[in-house]
Design a protein around this ligand. Structure first.
Ligand SMILES: O=P(O)(O)OC[C@H]1O[C@H](O[C@H]2O[C@H](CO)[C@@H](O)[C@H](O)[C@H]2O)[C@H](O)[C@@H](O)[C@@H]1O
Ligand SMILES: O=c1ccn([C@@H]2O[C@H](COP(=O)(O)OP(=O)(O)O)[C@@H](O)[C@H]2O)c(=O)[nH]1
Length: 722
């Protein structure tokens, strides 16, 4: 097992200082318990913020450092201003509300971005300093979204995973962020990006498509010549720990006390950080509504709400606290008596034992966030019920709802509906409670936190490490090799390589600069130039036919090695299939504005460059599937290109050009091929052993060299003339 470097905003410890000294106590949270084993076993490190240590004396600080080192933790200290602007500011006032669909809470000023970026850099620097070749790095959560790319810059070969613990919102929400592109590119530095649910994966994929034009194919997108995998890994809890807790005599005694205090009453429970995403006010209103409309429940309900203080320096949290306080006061004064109040509100944090006792004692657990990445409390409740009793009422907008569908699922915005669900839970027959709880427990126990860690880490280990990366200037490294060739043969793709993509295929005609460059290359001593394109003969002749270059049209179906030669075609290539395929492509083109069908001699292409990106990619996938089903074993090939799906006779590909063009070539000729898409990979694959393949762009490629696109291709070619 490789050494695991964990990176999260908070270290999995709490620093406690009292008159007896200072201690660093391991946290009991899910992340901490799940990762502690692999982290320690692998001899790894955990990098993060140990919390506010500004009030400690130098001696206490030294002791903290020592204890952290013993626990294999590396502290990153945040200054007061960083806490305010990185943690409370950009992380919790911009990213947190936005990812929870609460756009109106995002401040109008983007004032904390710079500090967010700088702290992310500090994290990356610190991790890079501790990195050893072969380590696996796992970065956690929205506070550190830039860290994967910052690490990739520093450690191109590292294996990097990222897990996003909160919802990834719809692209329509994410696009509202002024820094959306920086954040997406930050994440794309990882080899694997994990989310709790498939809908977050979907949202992320459509955001990549909308904002960066990146298409997720299968489980990955291509970025800078690497594959970035994206997947759903629902986080679990340490179920065994809760099961064991609720069997301890001391905990069972606490359960008995809770039940005794609620004698003749039903115990309803809520446990949350005091966060505006947790839906506490509407939950309270649902309790109020039930008491209002069903007088029989008055005096018979005890609703215990634990609200853990959280992010108290953020104004929205303080306002929310006041709102909750007021509501609790109002409901208690409406339905309470001298002896009894319906709502028992605790603004404090409990330890795991205390929580487990409450979970075990409750008749009904209300988990009704208006959005929640996962919500571990819901799972902890189930794990604490070996008696197979208790009813879970769960918001359908919590990630946990995807797995826990035997809960009573509710819309957290529908107060009346939640009151109905609460009533149904209170009245649910024992047999049904058992049936549901048994199923819930099976899920929570089977898919626990260890299973989450293992599945993420195995997926991360299975990702190929980044190929030796040649940065854009890698082309400079190849330049001497090309220059010193005694004889040079240049095989150049056209679209996306010599010219950038135009909105419509016919608008990509060569400009004067390109024509001059090509002409001068043909005049360079000992140099031959050939254009190897998917374009038709007619287009190539019209655009570059006047130059002394070899032309290879329709992916090598047609060849005209010199301007005075006649066009020759590969023999036996069928074309009669076109009448069958054309109507299919046309029907797809008619379904969406901007799509068009291009016809060539032995191929048909469905272009969607001008189609809205998400829709275009979806239709292209559908078309590929459809054509694949119809012509699975036939004589046709369906090729996904850049914003194009091309259908052509099997076996016609750019690789076939190489044999023809190198025939009779002078010994020692260096063949250099430059191209940008899948069709050029055939060309690269067919090059002689000492041939040089150069990929123009950021896709995955077998090419040993890489430049950034047409501008850099032209620069490279121009350098051959110097
Ligand atoms: O560190 P804090 O600012 O005090 O906040 C506490 C944590 O809250 C968030 O939890 C999320 O992760 C949970 C586990 O994956 C998930 O169940 C929950 O739905 C999320 O909201 C946050 O993501 C953490 O970074 C915070 O430490
Ligand atoms: O008084 C409390 C209340 C909650 N928790 C823990 O806080 C975590 C809350 O995680 P969840 O995913 O439900 O929500 P988050 O607070 O991370 O948004 C759970 O593991 C709880 O056991 C706790 O330790 N003490």
């Amino acid at each position: 097992m490789s050494r695991l470097l964990l990176v999260s905003n908070r270290l999995p410890v709490t620093v406690k200082a009292d008159k007896d000294g200072v201690s660093v106590v391991p946290s009991a949270g899910g992340l901490a318990t799940g990762l502690r084993g692999p982290h320690e076993k692998s001899g790894g490190l955990w990098v993060g913020w140990p919390g506010d240590v500004s009030r400690l004396t130098p001696a206490q600080k030294a002791s903290v450092e020592e204890q952290l080192a013993q626990q294999r933790c590396v502290p990153l200290y945040l200054s007061a201003s960083e806490v305010s602007r990185f943690y409370e500011g950009y992380s919790n006032q911009v990213l947190w509300p936005l990812c929870h669909y609460l756009l109106e809470r995002v401040p109008r000023q983007d004032r904390d971005w710079e500090v967010y970026r700088k702290v992310n850099e500090r994290f990356a620097d610190l991790v890079a300093r501790h990195y050893q070749p072969g380590d696996t790095i796992w970065v956690h959560d929205y506070q550190l979204m830039l860290v994967p790319a910052l690490l990739r810059e520093r450690l191109p070969q590292a294996r990097i995973g990222f897990f996003h613990h909160i919802p990834f919102p719809s692209s329509e929400i994410f696009r509202a962020l002024p820094r959306r592109l920086e954040l997406l590119r930050g994440l794309l530095g990882a080899d694997l990006i994990g989310f709790h649910t498939l809908s977050y994966v979907r949202h992320f994929a459509s955001t990549l498509m909308q904002l960066l034009g990146l298409e997720k194919v299968g489980d990955h997108v291509d970025q800078d010549g690497r594959q970035v995998r994206i997947g759903a890994f629902p986080m679990g809890i340490d179920a065994k720990a809760f099961e064991e807790l609720v069997r301890q005599p001391a905990v069972l005694e606490e359960v008995r006390v809770h039940r005794e205090n609620a004698a003749e009453q039903r115990l309803v429970l809520g446990v949350d950080r005091l966060d505006y995403t947790k839906g506490i006010p509407r939950r309270l209103l649902a309790v109020q509504r039930l008491l209002e409309r069903e007088p029989a429940w008055r005096g018979k309900l005890r609703f215990v709400q634990v609200a853990v203080p959280s992010r108290t320096a953020v104004e929205d949290y303080a306002t929310y606290r006041e709102r909750v306080n007021e509501l609790v006061g109002r409901i208690n004064s409406l339905y309470g008596s001298v002896h009894n109040v319906p709502i028992h509100y605790l603004y404090r944090s409990l330890n795991q034992k205390q929580l487990a006792a409450l979970y075990r004692a409750a008749d009904v657990m209300l988990v009704t966030p208006v959005r929640d990445g996962m919500n571990l409390v819901a799972k902890e409740f189930c794990a604490s019920r070996p008696d197979e009793d208790g009813v879970l009422v769960l918001s359908e907008l919590a990630g946990a709802a995807d797995e826990l569908d035997e809960a009573l699922l509710v819309n957290p915005f529908d107060v009346e509906g939640m009151a109905d669900a609460l009533e149904a839970a209170l009245e649910m027959p024992a047999e049904e409670r058992k049936r549901r709880m048994r199923a819930l427990r099976t899920r929570v126990i089977d898919c626990d936190v260890h299973c989450w860690v293992n599945s993420f880490l195995s997926a991360l280990q299975a990702t190929p490490t980044a190929p030796p990366r040649v940065k854009p200037q890698g082309a400079q490294e190849v330049l001497p090799l090309i220059r010193e060739a005694r004889e040079l043969l240049l095989l150049l793709d056209y679209d996306g390589t010599l010219v950038p993509f135009a909105p419509r295929p016919e608008l990509a005609a060569p400009d004067e600069e390109l024509l001059t460059l090509l002409r001068r290359l043909t005049e360079r001593p000992h140099t031959r130039v050939a254009i190897v394109s998917g374009r038709s003969r007619e287009v190539l002749v019209a655009w570059v036919g006047g130059l002394n270059v070899g032309l290879y049209a329709e992916h090598g179906l047609w060849s005209r090695p010199t301007p005075d030669a006649t066009w020759e075609s590969l023999s036996g290539v069928p074309t009669e299939w076109k009448s069958l395929v054309r109507p299919i492509l046309e029907s797809f083109a008619s379904r969406v504005p901007g799509a068009l069908v291009e016809e060539k001699f032995a191929s048909l292409a469905w272009h969607y460059r001008q189609v809205e990106p998400v829709l275009g990619a979806r239709l292209a996938r559908e078309l590929r599937l459809h054509l694949g089903e119809v012509f699975a074993q036939g004589p046709l090939e369906v090729l996904p290109g850049d914003k194009v799906v091309e259908v052509r006779a099997r076996g016609v590909n750019k690789g076939r050009v190489v044999g023809r063009v190198t025939e009779g070539m002078a010994p020692g000729t260096r063949v250099v091929a430059i191209g940008d898409d899948r069709t050029d990979e055939d060309l690269f694959a067919a090059l002689p052993a000492d041939g040089i393949a150069i990929h123009a762009g950021g896709k995955e490629s077998r090419a040993g060299y890489r430049v950034n696109g047409p501008t850099e291709v032209r620069r490279l070619l121009a350098a051959l003339l110097e």
